[in-house]
Design a protein around this ligand. Structure first.
Ligand SMILES: [Zn+2]
Length: 423
């Protein structure tokens, strides 16, 4: 071998190794002691964040009832820390922490933390709860330092319990009676801890997808029905959309209040009832399809009006599933109902996400605009457009409109803007 080639190969190998060492995603390493009957948690851990040059602050949120005992930045006390009320509407029970990092030499911040507390306060619509019967803790009451900036992330969480609790989180699981370790290697955007005395988990593989179902109340027959209904929905989405997350889970949430939600790789659904499911199967298909669609449609910021992208694309994808599975007439009934509900509502453009009409605009009015677009463009072109939005990871209205212009021309783009701005 040529003497020059060996150093060249060595150089390539070494630089590949050092690149691998550089953190690709933020990563959490957490030990969580969980006592749901006392609504008590105790958390120690570290959070590694790759920082962009010039990035001098780190903001995160924690539930207001958690008492911070230690907070270190790269092993040192933090001098410049401020704590304020939450400014995020879906986290009303959180406090916002801001750390001024200054310029860090290695561009990786490691925040070490230790805190504990009894969490007894959450708002009625919260999708996070803690209690003896059911625990489901995610970002809506942030039990871990949650940041909208350092997202998605990977994690390793060890949950310690008193031995009478079954737990579930996204990711691979190693468990014994008193502990369970979860590793999410696929980056995700929340750490949802579920726990109950009788929580069961089943696993299956389909469409190159590893699927897990965590539940407490389902019969075996019902589990089979549910898995096959989900397979049908995933089959359609895998035809229409580029490959999505290949590891997903669905959790039967035992909450009494709060809505269903989807995180990258996980769907959390309250309000499942077996006998109701068989009676209202088409309606449940819609419910499942909307949430499963969010495995693809999640990139817009839901805290702003841009959230219309997430919701309308997920909802219209769900309506298309209904059309495929139950026919045009059933689809038309949904369209008509949405037309009636949307009458007299404000424009989608710059919609007020906290306003009284927000849900109607997001779930009824905006999907109707996509329906109009599909009619105007034709089904095949519309599918290519959706594919392109996903391929380009579109996350803003501007990106959506640019891709629309690229695929359908300036005139269609201008028409769509007018429709977005119309009451
Ligand atoms: Zn949704």
């Amino acid at each position: 071998m040529n003497k020059l080639i060996i150093p060249a190969i060595l150089f390539i190998l070494l630089s590949a190794c050092s690149q691998k060492e550089r953190l690709e995603y933020p990563h959490y390493d957490i030990e969580l002691s969980l006592l749901p009957a006392e609504q008590y948690i105790s958390v120690t851990g570290s959070w590694k964040i790759p920082l962009e040059p010039g990035n001098g602050t780190i903001e995160f949120y924690l539930h207001k009832q958690l008492e911070v005992k230690q907070l270190l930045l790269n092993g040192r006390d933090i001098n410049r820390l401020s704590v304020e009320e939450s400014d995020i509407s879906y986290m009303p029970d959180a406090k916002k922490y801001t750390i001024k990092t200054g310029s860090l030499r290695n561009r990786t911040a490691t925040i070490s933390f230790n805190y504990d507390g009894r969490i007894t306060d959450w708002n009625e619509e919260s999708s996070s709860v803690i209690g003896e019967e059911w625990t489901e803790m995610g970002s809506s009451f942030p039990w871990y330092p949650y940041s909208t900036d350092y997202n998605p992330f990977s994690y390793e969480v060890e949950i310690l319990t008193d031995g009478n609790l079954c737990t579930f989180m996204m990711g691979s699981e190693t468990r014994d009676d008193y502990y369970a370790i979860y590793r999410a290697e696929n980056p995700t955007n929340d750490m949802v801890v579920c726990a109950a005395k009788d929580l069961k988990t089943i696993s299956s593989n389909q469409y190159r997808c590893n699927f897990k179902l965590a539940h407490t109340s389902f019969s075996e027959e019902f589990t089979d029905t549910l898995v096959s209904d989900i397979e049908a929905i995933l089959g359609l989405f895998n035809n229409w959309f580029p490959p999505g997350n290949n590891k997903i889970c669905l959790v039967e949430s035992m909450r009494e209040n709060g809505r269903a939600y989807t995180r990258l790789g996980g769907i959390y659904l309250p309000g499942f009832d077996e006998s109701n499911y068989y009676k209202l199967r088409k309606h449940y298909t819609w419910y499942l399809a909307h949430e499963i669609a969010h495995l693809w449609w999640y990139r817009a910021n839901s805290n702003t009006w841009e959230g219309w992208l997430n919701e309308s694309l997920a909802e219209y994808s769900a309506l298309r599933v209904l059309r495929e599975l139950y026919g045009q007439q059933y689809f038309n009934e949904w369209i008509e109902a949405k037309e009636q509900k949307s009458e007299g509502t404000a424009p989608v453009w710059q919609l007020n996400c906290k306003g009284g009409q927000a849900l109607t605009i997001l779930y009824d009015k905006a999907p109707l605009l996509l329906y109009e677009l599909e009619q105007k463009a034709g089904t095949h072109s519309f599918e290519l457009f959706m594919w392109s939005l996903l391929r380009h990871k579109a996350s803003t209205t501007e990106e959506f409109l640019n891709i629309l212009e690229e695929k359908q021309g300036k005139e269609v783009k201008e028409w769509f803007i007018t429709r977005l701005k119309e009451a």
